[in-house]
Design a protein. Structure first.
Length: 140
């Protein structure tokens, strides 16, 4: 594939993980309430579920990555919060329904997982990214 264009996009975390985590927490709280545990144990377990929900939602809204660029030669570049461009490598990529999951690593054994939902990635860029991910790396 000699005519593959560079794919670049600004990354901002999606609000979808928070919505999905909240739905799971509501189901967990309903299961705890109907479990027949003593009231004090149900209250403590429910508190743990809510504390974890807050922690997970906050964590899903933070990312060190501001910009992602996939060059035509197959190289990945990230712009981090500190305004530095660094080379990265793709560790894994998955496409599940409307979600694209990119696992990227860079120097110092640092890693991040980017969740690309329809609300944080333009449709045309998503289509190009999915098409390019579907081609094996050795055919580029």
């Amino acid at each position: 594939m000699t005519s593959v264009p560079t794919i670049g996009f600004d990354y901002r975390p999606s609000w979808w993980p928070g919505v999905l985590l909240t739905m799971i927490a509501v189901l967990a709280l309903a299961a705890i309430a109907s479990s027949g545990m003593p009231w004090w144990l149900s209250l403590a377990t429910g508190g743990l579920v809510l504390a974890y929900l807050v922690h997970a939602c906050r964590r899903s809204r933070v990312s060190p990555v501001r910009t992602v660029r996939w060059e035509a030669d197959g190289g990945w570049w990230l712009r981090l919060d500190a305004d530095e461009d660094i080379p990265a490598r793709l560790v894994h990529a998955r496409v599940v329904a409307g979600l694209v999951i990119l696992g990227l690593a860079w120097a110092g054994r640092q890693r991040t997982v980017l969740l690309l939902f329809p609300d944080n990635l333009h449709g045309d860029i998503r289509r190009r990214l999915r098409m390019r991910l579907s081609v094996p790396a050795d055919s580029n």
